[in-house]
Design a protein around this ligand. Structure first.
Ligand code: FAD
Ligand code: NAG
Ligand code: NAG
Ligand code: NAG
Ligand code: NAG
Ligand code: NAG
Length: 624
């Protein structure tokens, strides 16, 4: 490399940076980085050091909103072309929604449309698309996938350009271009996020799904950790992680659905899985991360270097502090899990006995999690709330069939003694690596609210009675389906370095995470008015209040929460919020990374075109 004045500037930037460079293990795609030569001809992709403000300097007027197609500061076509050339490899995409194939116009293609419509519930391929989201309402449902559509297909709250990133250099280029050009930037890995944190109207999206790679580090040391670890590209999906586990005879924490990304938003927000009461949360596994920050630099964050951003990236939320390209996580000895199912229907028991059975069942959750297990339970109200079905699946890592039979015996005995008819699927043992995760997540349109229910609910009979009454009311009066996951990711369990992370502290005391589904708007999102939309959300929140009231000081899981969660800073981040905000402001003083109800997001809001709480509108400053 020739030493030009620009080189000197960049080198001095690196030298004066308060952060150490990326010194963690790297994949080949991470060794390709932005150089001085790349920016010599194209200042729009130059990094920008984070400078503390010099007293007395006059600040440039700050734009009120992010650039938007048609706004005076939106880059000209020639600049986008130049960006495409700098990225190389056809990485800059200007995609239209997949379902455009179903609509009259240049993209119409009957065969593609039919194939898409017919594969809606088995959609692994669907997530190989740069724009696709699992949940449709956050983008404003701009292009419904139906065989004979009556409305039109628009881009709505989906990005305008997408960078299909396969190198760190491309991510640096895109980050720098977005920051220098006042663009709205979004980060998408798989698009499974539920409230619209991986999409945005008029945005440039960085798509990390093809940052694949996997290697075992047999004897890895960082901080006070010494042991076996795995180095993984951030784009790996659960089905790929399970294959890697099987191949290497190890256990990792990975989502329980085939197409969810294991190391993107899942890990960044906490990440619960079958292993939660046995190994802890996904964010508890992380030993080191490589990350591109808002200034365009590429750094390692670990207990040894950049420990503040290391703290934030483990549970403090995705798309907020930087773009992770790979992670090093703990690799545990492989483990088998013993599973069993119970199903109960009020059609068989009658309504009163059904709820008596539920009260006994939920009370048993403390015993399940203390034994290192989980259960995923659901209560569905059917036929205009005239009857209820309950199902649950227990999963116990490292337990034999005999042990599980012994563990569940007190529960099943007390139910049988009361005369509760139930369908019991007897325990069976499978390997964690081979657990069937399904083909892929179906397109969906639910909304959620959620609450982390603490141990105190189980320890105090009066509290338990109130909490159970709240759950029952949510279902049998509210008509909502509920989904609980019994879990115990305690500090003692996760040890070092997991216990000191940004994850919602409420998780450490949780016995059950309870999700309340609102599927009412699913089929008719487009026709629902903004007033009806807000009324439905307010109703969901009112019912969730019954759980909030009995669990003061607890919180909600940001990856499965309500986009309108009241006091979300406390609810999603607890006492960590002020520290996280400080880290956010230090690493991203531009507010480049923005997503709804993430740390620091108060400063901007989307002015949605239809008045609903979605990402289809310009991102502008608020008075916060
Ligand atoms: C079918 C289904 C099943 C699920 N099961 C579980 C479960 O068992 N347990 C659980 O805890 N959660 C579960 N979730 C929720 C899941 O954890 C979140 O949706 C999560 O955000 C998905 O992460 P992703 O990277 O796959 O998705 P994306 O939507 O692509 O990203 C989610 C968020 O992370 C950010 N992000 C993505 N990649 C990066 C990156 N490389 N660097 C920085 N930020 C990034 C995005 O900007 C966005 O804010 C499930 C979701 C679905 C749809
Ligand atoms: C910069 O531009 C000059 C003149 O257009 C060209 O010769 C050179 O190859 C360019 N350099 C890079 C790194 O693109
Ligand atoms: C994105 O890049 C990957 C890896 O190069 C490639 O396989 C895939 O086809 C690309 N996707 C699109 C939509 O261009
Ligand atoms: C898990 O079960 C398989 C058989 O399915 C067995 O070969 C293996 O030894 C078991 N592993 C552990 C850790 O118990
Ligand atoms: C509810 O459970 C009963 C008993 O198993 C079953 O007959 C019925 O079909 C279930 N209802 C639904 C909608 O699944
Ligand atoms: C559902 O029940 C409510 C209250 O009993 C009633 O007002 C409503 O008409 C019912 N709806 C349907 C679709 O049956």
């Amino acid at each position: 490399m020739r030493l030009t004045s620009a080189t000197v500037a960049l080198l001095s930037f690196a030298v004066t940076s308060t952060r150490a460079a990326a010194d963690g293990p790297k994949f080949a795609f991470e060794t390709v980085q932005l150089t001085v030569d790349d920016i010599a001809n194209f200042s729009a992709i130059a990094p920008k050091p984070i400078n503390p403000k010099t007293p007395g300097t006059v600040c440039k007027p700050r734009p009120e909103c992010r650039a938007f197609p048609g706004s005076s500061d939106w880059p000209a076509d020639a600049e986008w072309e130049k960006l495409g050339a700098a990225l190389g490899g056809g990485a800059l995409l200007k995609p239209v929604p997949l379902a455009a194939a179903c609509y009259p116009g240049v993209y119409q293609d009957a065969a593609t449309c039919t194939a898409l419509v017919n594969s809606q519930t088995i959609t692994r391929a669907y997530f190989a698309d740069p724009l696709s989201l699992s949940t449709q309402w956050p983008a404003g449902n701009p292009c419904p996938l139906v065989a004979n559509p009556t409305g039109e297909c628009t881009q709505g709250g989906l990005p305008v350009y997408v960078v299909n990133a396969t190198s760190v250099k491309q991510i640096q280029i895109a980050v720098n271009f977005a920051r220098n050009k006042n663009l709205r930037l979004v980060v998408k890995n798989t698009g499974h996020e539920f409230v619209g944190r991986s999409t945005g109207a008029g945005s440039l999206s960085i798509w990390t799904q093809y940052l694949k790679g996997f290697e075992i580090l047999p004897d890895y040391s960082v901080g006070a950790f010494h042991g076996k670890a795995a180095h993984a590209g951030v784009g790996l999906q659960a089905w790929e992680v399970h294959a890697a586990m099987a191949q290497n005879d190890i256990a990792l924490v990975s989502p329980s659905f085939a197409t969810v990304g294991a190391f993107g938003g899942f890990m960044a927000g906490g990440g619960h899985s079958t292993m939660i009461s046995y190994l802890g949360l996904a964010s508890d596994q992380v030993l080191s991360l490589n990350v591109v920050t808002a200034d365009g630099s590429f750094v390692t964050a670990s207990p040894d270097v950049n420990s503040d951003i290391y703290f934030a990236l483990r549970g403090g939320g995705g798309g907020t502090y930087g773009i992770v390209t790979s992670v090093v996580v703990k690799a545990h000895p492989s483990v088998n899990i013993t599973t069993a199912n119970i199903a109960i229907s009020s059609l068989d028991t009658g309504i009163d006995l059904f709820w008596t059975a539920m009260k006994i069942y939920f009370a048993y959750a403390g015993t399940i999690v203390d034994a290192g297990g989980i259960d995923r339970n659901y209560i569905y109200p059917y036929a205009n709330i005239t009857y209820f079905n309950f199902t649950t699946q227990f999963e116990f890592p490292g337990k034999t069939i005999e042990q599980v039979n012994t563990l569940l015996a007190p529960l099943t005995t007390s139910l049988t003694t009361l005369g509760v008819t139930m369908t019991l699927t007897p325990p069976k043992t499978i390997t964690w690596a081979s657990e069937v995760l399904g083909e892929g997540a179906p397109r969906r349109d639910e909304r959620f609210s959620s609450r982390l229910l603490p141990r105190a609910v189980w320890d105090d009979p009066a509290k338990y009675a109130t909490a159970f009454a709240a759950l029952k009311k949510i279902v049998d009066e509210g008509g909502y389906e509920i989904h609980g996951t019994a879990m115990k990711p305690s500090r003692q369990l996760v040890g070092y370095p997991g216990a000191d992370s940004a994850v919602n502290p409420a998780f450490r005391d949780t016995v059950m995470h309870m999700v309340i589904y609102d599927s009412a708007p699913s089929s008719s999102l487009r026709s629902v008015s903004s007033a009806e939309d807000l009324a439905a959300r307010a109703r969901l929140s009112t019912y969730t209040d019954f759980l909030r009231q009995v669990t003061p000081g607890s919180g909600s899981y940001l990856s499965e929460g309500d986009v309108l969660e009241p006091n979300w800073q406390q609810s999603f981040f607890g006492v960590n919020y002020p520290r996280l905000l400080e880290i956010k402001n230090k690493f991203d003083p531009w507010g480049l990374f923005w997503a709804p109800s993430t740390v620091g997001s108060e400063k901007r809001a989307v002015q949605s075109v239809d008045g609903k709480t979605n990402q289809n509108g310009r991102l502008c400053r608020t008075t916060a």
